[in-house]
Design a protein around this ligand. Sequence first.
Ligand code: C2E
Ligand code: MG
Ligand code: MG
Ligand code: MG
Length: 288
Amino acid sequence: AAKDAGQGMFRFYEPGMNEHALARLNQENSLRLAIERDELVLHYQPRLDLWRQTIVGVEALVRWDHPHKGMVYPGNFIELAEETGMIEALGEWVLHAACKQMQSWQEHGLAPIKVSVNISPLQLQSGRITHIVSQALEKTGIAPECLELEITESSLMQNLEASMRTLMEFQEMGISLSIDDFGTGYSSLSQLKRLPIDTLKIDKSFVRDLTEDADDATIVSATIAMAHQLHLRVVAEGVVSFEQIRFLQRCQCDEIQGFLLCQPLTAQEVESFLRTSRLRGIECRWMQ
Ligand code: C2E
Ligand code: MG
Ligand code: MG
Ligand code: MG
């Protein structure tokens, strides 16, 4: 029966299925095929270091280049991938693709940057994740220092002890770790202090109204101060205005990511963005 079908198998229509289940099954099968047919692509969003005023990394963001629907964003398929267990295959593909791209950028002589890869809760708990990551590094010859893994605050808290062990392994491998969407989960200071992480990424929901909402401004500045006390770097996500940048600079935020600086780019666009921004000092435009 369909519900007994294991991973990697297709499930077929059974009489009695409702329309919703049928639609879901279709989606599920087409996502499975998408991975096999190489329809997934990565875009990369640059991260700007506010101190050095230079691009220090890019975040890999998966998209589904659908043959009929065009570009489909992760908000429309990551959850399904999680629920069906397909996230493991998808996540493995993303890790390999990101490392391979990094290798190619390095071959093209681009100044060294870091690539950040999002790791889903299920991947983190899978028990295979450290193996998959080290394979991606080995196969592409990428140094562990060039890779960062982003783990959401809520996924860490789902199983703190097990996550902790996995994070320690990553740390031993020399890989950087960041907490994504910080502020949306429920971690405490004492838990944070115990985690071998390097960076906090403040969720864009706090950054959005920073300049109008006094509460958000307090949350952001207090988070940055606290993170620095714990020797963590801070990235502000979703920066869209100069006013936000000025506020973040006053709070000594380390890095920004957001549409003001740049939308997620194709791999090729990243190359020209990096070359031209270095040549013309584009980054410094935001600093006035
Ligand atoms: P995230 O990891 O927090 O990634 C940042 C998201 O914010 C991206 O959306 C990015 O395009 C968007 N963003 C960047 N700057 C701005 C801005 O200034 N304003 C606004 N409104 N949005 C901005 P995207 O690419 O749609 O990804 C959404 C989420 O999907 C990601 O959130 C991440 O949780 C997940 N995701 C993306 N790629 C992967 C992946 O390869 N694996 C896994 N497990 N999850 C992924
Ligand atoms: Mg992320
Ligand atoms: Mg985020
Ligand atoms: Mg997110």
